[in-house]
Design a protein around this ligand. Structure first.
Ligand code: PLP
Length: 397
């Protein structure tokens, strides 16, 4: 009786959520823990968005909406994408309960057994598992610290086979914060165009959180619109993680198949969140600018602390709110209590249990040399965490 779907058996639970849970449990036992493991902005949702939700409730806008979302939201999303150079209409837009659902549906719609899903590593933890849920094979493509964790056109070309079906592209990246330059996106598109069967799922959920770089959407390039599903959402740019609202936009044949999947699994997202989403897209950019400014200051401050620690190598990320230092120089060392640090999981456990700082082991993101630091936390906590990381690493022999 206890036999699972064989595609489900191989799926791993989310490692980032596991670390947050352990950190929370230590905190609730009275330990002083600084957690830099969060994947969400530490800002409140801007007031115009909250007001729109209140208004929706007062108006009794509390019923099922069309599966693909209310027309006003689909139109506002299409207008936003057009401003980014992506030539889509409202009918190409599918609103979902978060970008996570959007990416999963994009993969499920076009991948199955025998297909390969190319995933630049380090990658967001959910990507390989989504490929597995579809019965497809995740194929990590390694990136290097020296390249700022961006995939080179050569690495992509070498990874492509006749089975390659989807490239899961994520710029700015979780967990590295890497932003692909417009030039590099164009070079990758040149490689992709050589392979008619290869599609792109471009997860641009952090696109509005960029510092000194320019974000270029893959689908805005010639010949890429017809093979790219662009994904975005409201969680990060508008600090709306709990509202569960995201979207996908791309070719009709693909978006329609995703809508069919959605219609049988969840139906459309919350009516109230959709009204709030319209307000978010119509709002001026002041709250976003303020948040991005704060993230930039924290990135600079934390990076300066990391740079001062012997053996830690961390490229300067130009987006999102993560740092992904290479800490492998500390592997093979021993803690004061005699335990050996053999990889990122050991190191994170040691830093959490003995120095009170929670980071996420890079092994969860397909790169055991690094650890992910989220700087979606106040400056005092960040500096306290930096002290603890420095102290913890310094005590290893
Ligand atoms: N894509 C990436 C790369 C993410 O980091 C996250 C959240 O951590 C998501 C998608 C999910 O976003 P949503 O809250 O819209 O489902």
């Amino acid at each position: 009786t206890e036999t699972l779907n064989r595609h489900v058996e191989t799926v791993q639970p989310s490692a980032t959520l596991a670390v947050s849970a352990r950190a929370k449990s230590l905190s609730s036992q009275g330990h002083d823990i600084v957690s830099l493991s969060a994947g969400e902005p530490d800002f409140g949702t801007p007031q115009p968005i909250v007001d729109a939700a209140h208004q929706a409730l007062r108006d009794g806008f509390t019923h099922y909406t069309p599966n693909a979302g209310i027309p006003a939201l689909r139109e506002a999303v299409a207008a936003k994408l057009q401003r980014d150079g992506i030539d889509v209409q409202a009918q190409n837009v599918l609103c979902s309960n978060g970008a996570k659902q959007s990416v999963a549906q994009a993969v499920l719609a076009v991948c199955g057994p025998g297909d390969e899903v190319l995933i630049p590593a380090p990658y967001w933890v959910s990507y390989p598992e989504m490929a597995r849920l579809a019965g497809a094979t995740p194929v990590p493509v390694a990136t290097r610290v020296a390249d700022g964790y961006t995939m080179t056109p050569e690495a992509l070309r070498a990874a492509i086979t006749d089975q390659s079906r989807v490239l899961l592209f994520n710029s700015p990246s979780n967990p590295t914060g890497a932003v692909y330059s417009p030039e590099l996106v164009r070079e990758l598109a040149d490689v992709i165009r050589e392979h008619p069967n290869l599609l792109v799922v471009s997860d641009e959920i952090y696109a509005q959180v960029v510092f000194d770089a320019q974000h270029l959407s893959m689908a805005s390039l010639p010949g890429m619109l017809e093979r790219t599903m662009t994904i975005n959402g409201f969680s990060k740019a508008y600090a709306m993680t709990g509202w569960r609202l995201g979207y996908a936009a791309g070719p009709l044949w693909w978006a329609d198949a995703m809508a069919t999947i959605q219609s049988q699994i969840t139906s459309g997202p919350s009516s109230i969140s959709q009204k709030a989403g319209v307000a978010a897209l119509e709002m001026d950019s002041a709250p976003l600018d303020k948040m991005v400014g704060a993230f930039r200051q924290r990135r600079d401050a934390f990076l300066a602390r990391l740079d001062a620690i012997d053996g830690v190598q961390c490229p300067k990320p130009e987006g999102a709110f993560y740092l992904f230092p290479d800490v492998s120089a500390y592997y093979g060392t021993t803690t004061a209590s005699g335990a050996t640090i053999s990889g990122s999981a050991d190191l994170c456990l040691y830093l959490l249990e003995e120095h009170g700082v929670a980071l996420v082991p890079g092994v969860a993101f397909g790169d055991d040399n690094g650890v992910r630091i989220s700087y979606a936390a106040g400056m005092d906590d960040l500096m306290k965490a930096a002290d603890r990381i420095e102290g913890g690493l310094g005590a290893l022999r």
